[in-house]
Design a protein around this ligand. Sequence first.
Ligand code: SAM
Length: 246
Amino acid sequence: MIYRIKIFIKLLIFFIFRFLYDVNIWKSVLTYYRLHISRKNSIDTISINKIIKWEEVSLKLKNLNLSGGNVSRLEMLIITAFASNLKDGENVLEIGTFNGKTTINCALNIKNKSNIFTVDLPEGEKIENIDRKDDYLDYDKKLIRDLKRKDKDFKNFDNINQIYTDSTKLDFSLYDFSLAFIDGGHDYETVKSDTKNCISFIKRPGVILWHDYDVTNPVGKYLHSISEKYDIKWIEDTRLCILKLS
Ligand SMILES: C[S@@+](CC[C@H](N)C(=O)[O-])C[C@H]1O[C@@H](n2cnc3c(N)ncnc32)[C@H](O)[C@@H]1O
């Protein structure tokens, strides 16, 4: 009898865990936890309807296949919508080109006299050559070595300017940009350097978007360190944060 009760309890536990897994309870708990930590650190969420007038946006989009290292489709809509909102002659600065999907979609939506500057490490760059190699996250090392970086094909886009350098060594004062998308190295020091440079050199009014805000990761830790000073918001249902500077 005791043996049967033990088997019954084990099966019950198994089915309870299986149920919790199926209803995605772990994801909900994690989301709730991240929302709590984010609010505690003065970064509230904002709905996508509040950041942009969607009824005024019309977009051309290309190649929305998902692959590791790229933004989600909703994030792509948001980034390209901001690019399409720029006035003629206002430019985009993207840090972290990867395979160029976001670059191309921004390039398709900016006005005639606008440009996109996109920064990445030289193709084939060895991790050993990066000054902060020990800080680099495994995720970033994988993307730096990823051969998909070579897939970018900008030959039909004369409004894309590829810059091959470590973003922390770039002289941001040389570039005129009103929209910045920070998605290069995701370690604390790189996010800090890219953010400081973007805040210092972006033309006002300007918009800064950060990708990979997972709240407790280095992107989150750095943004929490400046969120008292700047009105940064986390865009709902995305891993993007936004700062509008006037
Ligand atoms: C997540 S991917 C960028 C994805 C791209 N923005 C998109 O939306 O498809 C990050 C890229 O940042 C580049 N990267 C990493 N550290 C960098 C650094 N210090 N300077 C410039 N680029 C860097 C990597 O080589 C990689 O291609």
